[in-house]
Structure formats: C-alpha cells, structure tokens
Design a protein. Structure first.
Length: 226
C-alpha cells in the first residue's frame, strides 16, 4: 500500500531552482560551460547549467542516472534527453507504460512521464562522464532532498554502479549493496533499490545491455511498486 502523503510540488519547484543555480564544483562548472558543441548542434544554444529531475511528482518509480551527458542533457536542459542513452531509456519506459511517447528529443517535446520520475546522482556534465568522489558528495544533498519530496516512491531504479552507490549512501546502507543487473535490495525506508546497467553507448553497442534486459527492469519495477 502506498503511503498517504501529499506531494509538495512547490517545494519540488524550489529545489529545481536551487539545482539550476548551483556552482559548488568549479571543475564541473568550467566543463559544462566550455564543452565545444558537436557539429550537428553547432547552431543550438546549449543549456550549460545543472539539470534538475523531471517527471510525475506522484511517481512510484524513480530512475536515478549518473549525470547529464555533455551533448544530451547539458545541451537540452532535461535529463536523458537528446542523446542515445535517453532514446533507450524512454523507449523502455514507454513500453512499460511510464512514458506517453517513445522518444525524448528536447525539453519542449511534450514528453510526459506517468508514475515515474527521472533524475541523477550528479547534476552537471562531468568530463569523460566521471565525476570525482568530492563532486558526487557535493551533489548528494540534492538527490536526498528530491527523494524526500517524492513521497510516493516505492522503487529506485539505479542506472549503473555510481547511481546505486549514491542511493545506498543516502539510505545509510552498510555494507554497500552488490551491484548487478536486476539486483534488488530492500532499503531501510521501505523502498527497493533495483539495479540496472546504464543505457550508455558503451553498454548498448557492445550488447552488455539489450532492450529486453532494460524492459525486464521496468517490468520488475512495476511489480515492486504495486
């Protein structure tokens, strides 16, 4: 049974404004602002700011990624939007009934998430997709505040080991839970951490993650969320 909670949407909006204005990590600030556009996006104005989460505030499933991609969310201003990782994730969420369309192209494309929220452990695009431990720690309070406000969440889908570790640290899980695709770990607050390989090109191009494997994650998430 879902907890009887009222979602404070104004507080979520306030949190998102705080995230977007953050300048805590000088290295990430410099990278997100200076990364050169790809030729295909040369005429576009990049977002180049921290990226807030988005989706349904009444979400029972929260998807936690690593960080914005330099030419994906750092360009479009919305998590998992405008790159191949976003294509894979949103197609899977659409097939599972968590999205109203199978693509995520731009922040104003009309995509609506249903019962799901998408966020990340780190809010700025890091060089080589590798935030430092200090940068991860500096950003953790945003994810913690976000999860606290998403009071109907029952399942936290972690895309990759960094995301799983971020959730485990926030929930004070010791020792850290084992990361493996489709691994499940009950958390002290009654939610479940559900692990998945990240839909990065490195994983999808090599076949380490396939669409049926990602579909299985969201099928299991729906079953766990009730």
């Amino acid at each position: 049974m879902l907890p009887a909670v009222t979602i404070d949407r104004r507080a979520l909006d306030d949190l998102n404004r705080s995230i977007v204005s953050c300048t805590r990590c000088p290295r990430l600030v410099a990278w997100r602002e200076e990364v050169p556009p790809r030729p295909a996006h040369r005429e576009e104005e990049y977002w180049r700011r921290p990226v807030p989460g988005f989706g349904d505030p009444e979400a029972t499933v929260v998807v936690v990624g690593l960080a914005p991609a330099a030419h994906g969310a750092n360009r479009t201003g919305r998590m998992f939007t405008g790159d191949r990782s976003g294509d894979w994730l949103v197609r899977a969420m659409w097939r599972a009934g968590y999205a109203d369309r199978p693509e995520s192209r731009s922040a104003d494309d009309g995509l609506t998430l249903i019962g799901a929220w998408v966020t990340a452990a780190v809010r700025c695009a890091p060089p080589a997709n590798k935030p430092t431990a200090a940068e991860r720690a500096a950003c953790s309070s945003y994810l913690g505040a976000e999860l606290a406000l998403l009071g109907r969440a029952r399942v936290l889908v972690a895309l990759g080991g960094v995301a799983a570790d971020a959730v485990a640290r926030l929930r004070h899980v010791v020792p850290r839970p084992r990361f493996a695709h489709l691994a499940e770990h009950p958390l002290p607050d009654g939610t479940t951490l559900l692990c998945s390989y990240h839909p990065s090109q490195q994983n999808t191009f090599t076949g380490r993650l396939t669409e049926p494997m990602l579909d299985a994650v969201f099928q299991r998430a729906r079953a766990l969320a009730g």
